[in-house]
Design a protein around this ligand. Structure first.
Ligand code: TYM
Length: 333
């Protein structure tokens, strides 16, 4: 079993990232045998323009946030992609295998490019090929991600299968997305039909791991809801996306199913429910926030990423060598 996952170092970590992915990274780190591989997808961040200083600051900030959330860089291999050139190299080797039609079907590209397909970067279009390289390099078996990455992981499997078949090798392991049943898709606090996201212009739409207790309280109090009381069964949430989202968040934070939350709050108004939700959020997030504030300016973050990078380079090399060999490309000695 090999656990591998990544996150884009843009903006700060939000509750969707945490409940959908990072909390599972930490749980897997603590439960699986062997080291897990976690990285900041800084090569992916080239798909949108950022200046040099911002990009560097974002990588450090996100590394500090992951450590604050519980990733232990001694046990897990933690690094930024750019320190491991094998990611970019394998990505290019896979370019001959990935099909335009496959990439054209990627919903994340369609969402991000919107009407501006012609003006989008090639990196945004080819992004899922790099993501395939990210996991195939380490023979990932389990990739803990939120629901929005499922399609990218399916593409990685297609690329792996075609490469193995085209070159007659049994090189790449097929990775499996590991998606938490409870919190696969946390929605915006302002619109229950839109995903909670770093790129939403409204900060009120998301809870960041850097938000303090007052800001969390303010965001939850202002979170959109309807007029009705909470139902006593999950079926009663079917056409109530905002209510469903808040119940999902509550359930995920307390590690119970939505039924259990509704058994307690069914028939209640949103006021008392939100008050308890705020307590739960603050209890979970404030220790992470405090660690992050301490770590943020820690001069050792770069050294931590470099030492993780060195370990990752060793892990990645055999797969990269075998991929070059399979294609017949020669690199000299
Ligand atoms: P990114 O940076 O958008 O998000 C990081 C992780 O957080 C999950 N996530 C969510 N989960 C639940 N609800 C939400 N609202 C929510 N928003 C984000 C994402 O599913 C993801 O698991 N392409 C990836 C980064 C990446 C990667 C990889 C992941 C690059 N290479 C290889 C896995 C394996 C991305 O943009 O995630």
């Amino acid at each position: 079993m090999r656990v591998v996952s990544g996150i884009q170092p843009t903006g700060s970590l939000h509750l969707g990232n945490y409940l959908g992915a990072i909390r599972n990274w930490v749980r897997m780190q603590d439960s699986v045998e062997g080291e897990c591989v976690f990285f900041l997808a800084d090569l992916h961040s080239l798909s949108t323009h950022e200046d040099r200083d911002t990009r560097r600051a974002n990588v450090r900030e996100m590394a500090a946030a992951l450590i604050a959330a519980g990733i232990d860089p001694k046990r897990s291999v933690l690094f930024n992609q750019a320190r491991v050139p094998a990611h970019a190299e394998l990505c290019w080797l896979l370019m001959g295998t990935a099909r335009m039609g496959w990439l054209n079907r990627m919903t994340q590209f369609k969402d991000k490019a919107g009407k501006n397909r012609e003006g989008s970067s090639v990196a945004l279009f080819a992004y899922p090929v790099l993501q395939a390289a990210d996991v195939l390099l380490y023979n990932a078996t389990h990739v803990p991600v939120g629901d929005d990455q499922k399609q990218h992981l399916e593409l990685a499997r297609d690329i792996a299968t075609k490469f193995n078949g085209d070159f007659g090798v049994d090189l790449f392991t097929l990775p499996e997305a590991y998606i938490p049943p409870a919190a696969a898709r946390i929605m915006s606090l302002r619109d229950g039909t839109a995903k909670m996201s770093k790129s939403d212009p409204s900060d009120m739409s998301r809870i960041n791991l850097t938000d303090d207790a007052d800001l969390i309280a303010q965001k939850v109090r202002k979170a959109k809801t309807d007029q009705d009381v909470l139902p006593s069964e999950p079926a009663g949430l079917a056409d109530r996306p905002e209510a469903r989202n808040l119940v999902t968040i509550f359930a995920a934070l307390s590690d119970v199913k939505s039924d259990a939350v509704l058994a307690e709050f069914g028939g209640s108004q949103f006021g008392p429910f939100k008050a308890r939700l705020i307590e739960q959020l603050v209890a979970t997030l404030s220790p992470i926030r405090e660690r992050l504030l301490d770590l943020r300016d820690d001069a050792t973050i770069d050294a931590i990423l470099e030492s993780g990078g060195a370990r990752a380079r060793v892990l990645a090399q055999p797969t990269l060598d075998a991929a070059y060999d399979a294609t017949g490309l020669q690199r000299g000695l």
